[in-house]
Design a protein around this ligand. Structure first.
Ligand SMILES: [Zn+2]
Length: 66
């Protein structure tokens, strides 16, 4: 599904970082360490970091069946 707009735990907006995180940290497009990318983006709290690390982008897969 879509990346959640806000962190479930603290309410910080995290969706704005998703595109850059995906581009830089995915094994196909970039070779950067995901932890270093999150540090670079300024996501320090582990509740916010897990929002991006644990996210699986399925919106394009599921959309035709709605
Ligand atoms: Zn958080």
């Amino acid at each position: 599904m879509m990346v959640p707009v806000r962190c479930f735990s603290c309410g910080n907006v995290v969706a704005e970082y998703w595109e850059e995180y995906k581009a830089r940290a995915s094994s196909q497009d970039g070779d950067e360490d995901p932890g270093e990318v999150l540090d670079d983006l300024g996501l320090d709290r582990y509740c916010c970091r897990r929002m991006l690390v644990a996210h699986q982008d399925l919106v394009d897969v599921v959309a035709p069946y709605q």
